[in-house]
Write a protein that binds this ligand. Structure first.
Ligand code: JEB
Length: 269
């Protein structure tokens, strides 16, 4: 996969040299190019921003450096067919999810446009549609100062899905959000640490019991921390053990979805 990132802070993307993603680049799985938006300016001061039409606080990124940068990215793609996908990080984008990460991992060529200030002149986003499939995307419902941190997260989430990046593909299927539930808690040695014991079932050697306990913990955590996920969970054709786990946690299954049973108030813990 080829990835191009355009930013006024190319050094912000330096962590992509490290760890799994850095290794993927060394192994030729990921062909990552980071571009300095200022190198596409033509004035003495390398200006990338200007005041907003209509007034208001802050500055807006000028269209011309962006069009030059994105045109260069759209050209420089040896052997690729079709339009590349242009991700534009924005607090006003669609939410970035694991499903979107999987979708993007199937693309040949991704580009990311990192805005700063109050964002990029909207006409650039419209014009870019001539060269790219444009997707404004938000990392989450909080405010960042620019797109770079969002790109770090998205490139890591997409990059680890590429074949050969994560050593053991099993660790990709078991993890959070792949089946709509949070992960179970994990423990390692020592068996007792500062008077805290590892749950006995995990030392029992009974793999059926262990799987059942972990599944129950997934339901318990999801119910406690992400009730929105549990209410959307497909409980249509669950094994009996899963149904009774949900029952114990105070859920009935109605039309294939877990529904909180009215009754006793929540107990602590
Ligand atoms: C992304 C960005 C800014 C209003 C307020 C602040 C370019 N989840 C997210 N939160 N914020 C961003 C984001 C993502 N993805 C984000 C790009 C830019 C914030 N800002 C600052 C713009 N408009 C500028």
């Amino acid at each position: 996969m080829r990835i191009d990132v355009v930013s006024i802070f190319p050094e912000y993307l330096a962590p992509l040299e490290l760890s799994l993603i850095g290794k993927a680049r060394q192994d030729g799985i990921l062909d990552l190019h980071v571009h300095d938006l200022r190198s596409f300016t033509t004035d003495r001061h390398r200006t990338v921003d200007d005041t907003p039409y209509g007034g208001g606080a802050g500055m807006v990124m000028k269209p011309e450096p962006w069009s030059q940068a994105l045109a260069a990215v759209a050209e420089a793609r040896p052997g690729h067919r079709g339009k590349p996908v242009l991700i534009v990080p924005s607090p006003a984008g669609e939410r970035f999810t694991q499903a979107l990460a999987h979708e993007l991992a199937g693309e040949e060529h991704l580009a990311f446009a990192c805005g700063r200030y109050e964002g990029i002149d909207e006409r650039v986003i419209e014009w870019a549609g001539e060269h790219f499939d444009v997707r404004p995307v938000s990392l989450g419902d909080y405010v960042l100062n620019g797109g770079e941190v969002a790109v770090l997260a998205m490139v890591e989430a997409v990059g680890r899905l590429l074949p050969g990046v994560v050593g053991n593909p099993e660790s990709l299927v078991e993890e959070s959000h792949s089946d709509g539930l949070l992960e179970y808690p994990v423990y390692t040695k020592p068996a007792v640490w500062r008077d805290r014991e590892v749950p006995a079932v995990l030392l029992s050697g009974n793999h059926g019991k262990i799987a059942q306990w972990r599944r129950h913990e997934q339901f318990r955590r999801t119910s406690e921390r992400r009730p929105d996920l549990l209410e959307a969970f497909d409980a249509g054709k669950l094994p009996r053990a899963d149904r009774s786990a949900l029952q114990e946690l105070g859920y009935d299954i109605v039309d294939g979805r877990p529904v909180r049973r009215p009754g006793k108030a929540e107990s602590a813990g």
